[in-house]
Every structure is written in C-alpha cells, then in structure tokens.
Design a binder for this molecule. Structure first.
Ligand SMILES: Cc1cc2nc3c(=O)[nH]c(=O)nc-3n(C[C@H](O)[C@H](O)[C@H](O)COP(=O)(O)OP(=O)(O)OC[C@H]3O[C@@H](n4cnc5c(N)ncnc54)[C@H](O)[C@@H]3O)c2cc1C
Length: 485
C-alpha cells in the first residue's frame, strides 16, 4: 500500500460519538482526518444509548423560561458523588458544563433533534434533553457531516498498536478486514476514542472485581482497546474502580419495522410536535416502537413494592442496591420483577417511572404494557403468571407469599432482566487540550484521548452526562489538537 495515501494530519481510533465529533471539528480546521473503526458499522456505544444529554442554558430551557447556568450545573453534579471524597476531576467537569450547551446546539445544527428538558433529582432545573427518535440519529447525522467535510471513515479496521518516532506518537498499526496489517500515519498524532471496557473481562476483573467481571455488557465491542493502547504507552487510568453502572436492563426487544425509518430531522420534529400536542395514549406507543436501546428498570420499583425472582421462581433479595449483584450471582443472571395491583397503580405516573427512555423520557407501566408485550406479563392468578414467565408455579407461589397482596385482582411480571456493566468510568488522564499524560503529568507527545477514553477521572453519575461528555470532549479535542507539520 502506498504510504503517502495512508498519511493524514490526525488519526481517530473509534467511530462513536466522541471520535466522529472530533473528526468533524478537526476537519473544519483544515486537518485531513482518518477515522478507523473496528466494527462493520459506526456508532459504538453511543448508538446503543438511550440518548439523553444533560446541559444547562440550552435553547430548550430558554424557550420554557428556565434561568439556568453552568455554575449551577457544576455544583449539582457534585451532589451525585457525595460520599466518594475528593476524587472527581474538577477541571474536566468545568470544561464539560461550560461546553455542554454549545455542543448540544451544534448537534441540533447538523440535524439531531432533542426533546425536553426533563427533570432529574439533584438537578435544580430540568436539564435532560433526549434524542428523538433514538440514538441511531447521532451516527446518522455525524456520518452525513463527515461525508460533507471529506472525513474518511474506514470500518472493519481494528487498531492494534501505536507507532512512535522520535518519542512521538506518529501513527497506528491496524488490522484491515481481519487480514491485512496496515500502517496509518498522522503528522499531528492519534486521538483515542475507542470507548470503555464494559466488555473486557480482564479489565473488569482487575478494576471492578470478580462479580462485575461476570456481568454481561450491552456493547460486546466495548473491550477497552483505547485504554489498553494508552496504558501500553505510559498513560494511566483514573477512577477505573468506579463502576456506577452495574445496572439491570430488560432484554433487547426484537427490531420493529418502524426503526428502519431514517432519523430525518423533519420526522423527529414531527414526533416531538406530536408528543406535545397529540393525546399521550395515542403517540406514546408509537414513539416507544422506535426504541433500539436496552431499557433499565429503576431501583424505585422495589421501593414501590415490587420483588424479584430468579429463573427457578425463588426470591432474589431486592431490598438494597445490591440487587444488581444478587442478580449476577443467580443462575443465568436472569430475573423477573414481580408485583401486585397496588404497586402497578403506583408505576403509572411521575415520579414512579420504570425507566428513562428515548422519546418519552420516562417510561411508565402503560408504556411497557403497550409497547413491550414480550417482557410484560399480567395475569389474575399467580400460577398462571408463573407459567407465562417459565418458572416453577409452586416455588413461585411459596416464595412470593406475604410479599404480594393475595387479594390483588392482577399480578404482574416484567422480564427477563439481567445485570449488565453498562458503562465503566475509568479514563486516561488528559489535560485540557486532551493530550494524554503519564504518571508524572508529562504530555505523551502526539497522543490524545476523548470520550470514555479521555474521561480522566471525571465522575459522570446521573443521566445524560456520559453522552454529554462524549460529544463535548470530542468537539473540544477536535478544536484544540494542534496541526503539526
Ligand atoms: C444501554 C446504554 C444506554 C446508555 N444511555 C446513555 C444515556 O442516555 N445518556 C448518557 O449520557 N450516556 C448513556 N450511555 C453511555 C454512553 O452511551 C457512552 O458513555 C458514550 O456513548 C461513549 O461514547 P464514546 O464515543 O466514548 O465511545 P463509543 O460510542 O463506544 O465509541 C467507541 C468506538 O470505538 C470503536 N473501537 C473500539 N476499539 C477499537 C479499535 N481497536 N480500533 C478501532 N475502533 C475501535 C468501537 O467499536 C466504537 O465504535 C449509555 C450506555 C449504554 C450501554
């Protein structure tokens, strides 16, 4: 292969939200950019997400007369991390809150449509903006923008190692189409945006322990390759032992034909308008059909009176947040959430939502009943319900005795549900120009990281901060990486 053809200003490793955003911004500054993606298609975990983006001082907030400020957002983010001590990266948190709204507005400029803002506890104002109709919209519009600007994207191309010259990172070695070893070179360096390590048994075992290592991952390609590359080249991880995100999630729904409709801005805007103006009972089932992510039930379900059984019908202790670990340890990492009519009545309206969900923001019992018939079961008799979810009726009846109201007119089960390491938190330590630093805080020349790879110890607890960081850090990295000739 001609080495000249494989030489660029910047190589971006990973075509998720942060990588594509960085590529676009670097390209706008005159750089010739190559994005290498190991999967057959772009999008990464970003395209698996619910798609909530939390930001302050947005156009959506202004339209509703909400007087918010990044300073307030900065303060409120700390409330999610109480009890963790002074471990957060405050410099990156500041970068994030200041650039969140401009980044959200830029995504809107390229065609991404958001609904909201929606409230969330710890945030003094509603700040959660949800992508419409689903998170495939990010990949769709970012790809279009890359094409418009001439950014090259090479899929089926797994980056294996970094190339150095004169103590500077100058390129990568990659496996193309599973067979050809190819060198790609870049004058300005390499940006790592290859996602987190939710699917790496080795890294989960090392940083999060054996139970977490047993949990499933939503995106099987999130194997922490970018973090490995950084670690092999003097970078180091901060806050890798925090995994806020061992979460229960309902199994994936079978794809619906509606999801084949491209996320054109006019379609998304029509849906947003309909959500505001049409009867909810009519529009919500339609919007729920667009959902392509795996939705996670909230812990509040158990506070509302629900219990969990395993695949044999025995109770899994759900009295504390340890329920996610109890589920991992139970046979097949498979459970069903079971409740009676009194609990069902509580799950019909705010604040007792079952999960956050794209489009509708918060999904309630009625939403699942209409749109997720595969995981929603309702029967007037417990033994009948046991049959529907495939557990032993006698064990089921005995183990739920006293926990569900015997005179309830209906009994409900939702599932299967499994425990997943949805995302991991540890990122390479970077400075405010997204240059990767070594353990002595020295810049590793030519090596940059953004998104999950460049999380640098920043704590992003709460909804909408991880996606926010992926796009914000991608945008800032693309704007700040210096052109080097
Ligand atoms: C089910 C789910 C729901 C979520 N919902 C939300 C939400 O609503 N709001 C929120 O804030 N966060 C959410 N998150 C988290 C959020 O999606 C991620 O933190 C964010 O998308 C990470 O973006 P990224 O660009 O860093 O990585 P990614 O989007 O994962 O992109 C990384 C890319 O790099 C590629 N890659 C990896 N290794 C290599 C290699 N060796 N060579 C080439 N390419 C490689 C990957 O295939 C991938 O395409 C959710 C996560 C999940 C799993």
């Amino acid at each position: 292969m001609n080495p000249k053809l494989n030489t660029f200003d910047l190589i971006v490793v990973g075509a998720g939200g942060s990588g594509l955003t960085a590529a676009i911004h670097a390209s706008q500054r005159g750089m010739k950019v190559m994005v290498l993606e190991k999967a057959p298609k772009i999008g990464g975990t970003t395209a698996w997400s619910v798609g909530s983006f939390t930001a302050s001082q947005t156009l959506h907030q202004k339209e509703l007369g909400i007087q918010d400020h990044p300073d307030f957002h900065f303060e409120d983010m700390a409330l999610f991390n109480q009890g963790k001590g002074e471990v957060d990266n405050l410099a990156l948190r500041r970068l994030f809150v200041d650039a969140a709204a401009p980044t959200l507005h830029w995504l809107m400029d390229i065609g991404v449509v958001f609904d909201g803002p929606y409230p969330e506890s710890h945030h003094r104002h509603p700040r959660m903006h949800n992508v419409i109709p689903n998170s495939k919209s990010f990949a769709y519009h970012l790809r279009k923008e890359c094409a418009r600007l001439g950014v090259t994207i090479q899929t089926h191309c797994k980056v294996l190692e970094l190339i150095h010259e004169n103590e500077r990172v100058v390129g990568v070695k990659a496996l193309l189409n599973g067979q050809d070893l190819v060198d790609y070179r870049a004058h300005s360096g390499v940006l790592l945006t290859a996602g987190d390590f939710a699917a790496s048994k080795e890294l989960k075992e090392k940083y999060l322990g054996p139970d977490m290592a047993k949990a499933a991952s939503v995106n099987p390609l999130a194997t922490g390759d970018g973090l490995h590359l950084g670690l092999q080249n003097q970078g180091f991880l901060r806050n890798a032992h925090y995994a806020s995100a061992l979460k229960m999630r309902f199994v994936e729904a079978a794809p619906h034909w509606i999801q084949k409709i491209p996320p054109y801005a006019f379609i998304a805007k029509t849906i947003t308008w309909s959500l505001k103006h049409l009867p909810q009972a009519m529009i919500r089932p339609f919007v729920m059909k667009f959902i392509t992510t795996v939705l996670g039930p909230e812990m509040t379900l158990f506070q509302s009176g629900a219990v969990m059984v395993n695949q044999s019908g025995q109770i899994i202790d759900s009295s504390s947040t340890d329920v996610v670990f109890n589920l991992v340890k139970s046979p097949g990492n498979k459970g069903f959430i079971v409740f009676d009519q009194a609990c069902a009545d509580r799950l019909k309206a705010w604040p007792n939502f079952i999960s956050t969900a794209p489009g509708v923001a918060y999904a309630y019992l009625g939403d699942y009943e209409s749109a997720r018939k595969d995981i929603f079961h309702k029967c007037s008799r417990l033994d009948e319900l046991a049959g529907k979810i495939g557990v032993d009726p006698q064990t089921f009846k005995t183990s739920t005795q006293g926990l569900l109201e015997a005179s309830s007119p209906f009994f409900y089960a939702m599932g299967p549900v499994r425990s997943y390491v949805t995302i991991t938190e540890g990122g390479l330590v970077v400075n405010e120009n997204f240059q990767v630093l070594d353990a002595q805080s020295q810049v590793i020349e030519g090596l940059y990281a953004a998104g999950s790879n460049g999380q640098g110890g920043l704590l992003l607890e709460g909804h909408g901060h991880h996606i926010g960081w992926a796009f914000v850090s991608g945008k800032l990295a693309g704007e700040r990486i210096l052109k080097f000739n």
